[in-house]
Design a protein around this ligand. Structure first.
Ligand code: FAD
Length: 439
């Protein structure tokens, strides 16, 4: 069964998120963007309203939201402010390794603490010298009796300065690459942690992004999310479940830009007509809507796959790179429709353009998503069509006529009909051995 409808509960959740986004996020977004600061008070309200850590599984007492619910909520938040949406969603990114790990004791303890005291999680694979190449991380994890000791620097950590716990990926031996990496849930109150100044960014300035230094930080063995050797797979498994949500950021931001452009095009006049009277503008609007719709479908499909317990990796990558690139194009075109006013800080599209640019970079750049998808296509994709050299087309007008034996030249595709292959191909001159026999 295929169903593109949200359930009544999901619609109610969307409406609640939409209200929160319009009443709590939208009115403060520009101010915090201007002062380059994370609005902690809004994050706290989002936590109280149940929009943060809502994915704590039901068996641990949580709301057990799936990725479809996360996508629905995130689209609304990002429509108001992609930066604040990042801050709100980031706790799910930080918590995902805990959800996926096999450390039951830690899950029980952390989820109950999260439900009682509303703690925030962050996620750290990236470092000053690597981002895409996760296997190349250098933060060291050394085993010391009953604990692990972490030493190194994590960089670009969203909410790193305002989180309570961080999922930190570190390696026993940088030379071991994938097979040296483990993951550790670090209590940010531990001794030896230094949080840097917020990194000044072009957009998403309502989110906190910092470098974090770990200097022989003791992590009890009870806080291991993945033993060295299992951490790389845990990081990839996390991204497969969080990348659809980057698609949802893109949908929300693009939808808003489209709506602002639509409204402006109806009101602004040029050459005696509203802008919306010009076909060039109408077509821009149509393409914006097409991209918003396509992005949402891909995002929901990836989220749905994850919720069905299917591997979402490829759908997630497709959704992430399609939607984030489409959002950039939509917001750019919205700015074009709004002309000079679109370029000013007095209208919202300029901020959206700065904010959506990040979507093509974090959680795996567009290039990395293309590597994932092309790698899968070239190694695992199962084609429906026969290989080209086996493509035999019959000359029969109607299927009841007797079948002829056909021979196909593997080189140029020439089809020869008859009991024997020709001595050489009359088109490309390759010898008889180039011919394969059809059924
Ligand atoms: C605001 C912000 C927030 C972030 N939040 C977090 C966070 O919370 N946690 C976290 O761990 N990280 C976070 N990141 C880091 C982010 O995931 C990385 O920036 C991203 O993965 C790219 O890594 P990089 O910046 O090191 O670029 P690099 O890996 O150095 O890549 C530079 C360029 O080269 C391309 N490239 C690299 N390798 C290949 C290849 N094999 N083939 C083709 N092209 C390639 C990339 O696509 C990119 O265009 C954040 C980053 C930003 C900017």
């Amino acid at each position: 069964m295929l169903d593109f409808q949200l359930s009544p509960e999901q619609k109610a959740l969307r409406d609640r998120a939409r209200r929160f986004a319009r009443e709590e996020v939208l009115p403060v977004a520009w101010y915090y963007d201007e002062i380059d600061e994370i609005p902690l008070a809004v994050l706290e309200k989002a936590m109280d309203a149940g929009f943060i850590n809502a994915d704590i599984p039901r068996e641990y007492g949580g709301l057990g939201f799936g990725l479809v619910e996360a996508a629905v909520v995130t689209e609304e938040m990002a429509a108001a402010c992609p930066g604040l949406a990042t801050s709100i969603f980031d706790s799910s990114l930080g918590m995902e390794p805990l959800i996926l790990c096999r450390n039951e004791e830690l899950k029980k303890r952390m989820f109950s603490e999260a439900l009682v005291s509303g703690i925030r999680f962050a996620f750290a694979t990236s470092e000053p010298t690597m981002g895409s190449d996760v296997a190349g991380l250098r933060c060291l994890a050394a085993e010391r009796g009953d604990h692990w000791e972490l030493t190194g620097t994590k960089y670009w950590v969203t909410n790193g300065g305002v989180c309570d716990y961080m999922s930190v990926f570190a390696t026993e031996d940088p030379k071991a690459k994938h097979s040296g990496i483990g993951a550790f849930l670090v209590d940010m109150r531990c001794k030896g942690i230094t949080v840097g100044e917020p990194i000044p960014k072009m957009g998403q300035r309502c989110s906190n992004t910092v470098g974090v230094r770990f200097d022989r930080v003791k992590v009890p063995k009870t806080h291991v999310l993945a033993e060295p050797g299992d951490g790389f797979a845990l990081a990839m498994g996390t991204f497969a479940r969080t990348r659809p949500i980057i698609g949802a950021f893109a949908v929300g931001a693009a939808r808003s830009a489209m709506e602002f452009a639509l409204e402006y095009a109806k009101k602004r006049r040029a050459f005696g007509s509203p802008l919306s009277g010009f076909e060039a503008i109408q077509f821009k609007l149509a393409e914006m809507y097409q991209k918003v719709e396509t992005s949402r479908l891909l995002t929901w499909k990836a989220a749905w796959r994850a919720d069905q317990g299917k591997d979402p990796t490829i759908s997630a990558s497709v959704a992430k790179f399609y939607a984030s690139e489409a959002a950039w194009e939509v917001v750019d075109e919205a700015m074009q429709v709004m002309g000079g006013y679109g370029y000013t800080k007095l209208f919202p599209v300029e901020k959206l353009l700065r904010d959506v640019r990040l979507l093509r970079i974090y959680e795996g750049t567009s290039e990395i998503q293309r590597l994932i998808v092309s790698g899968w296509l070239l190694s695992e994709y199962k084609p429906v069509m026969p290989p080209l050299e086996e493509l035999h087309v019959h000359r029969r007008k109607d299927p009841s006529m007797e079948k002829e034996t056909s021979w196909r030249c593997r080189m140029c595709g020439h089809l020869h009909y008859g009991e024997e292959a020709p001595e050489s191909c009359p088109v490309c001159h390759f010898p008889e051995t180039a011919f394969t026999r059809g059924e």
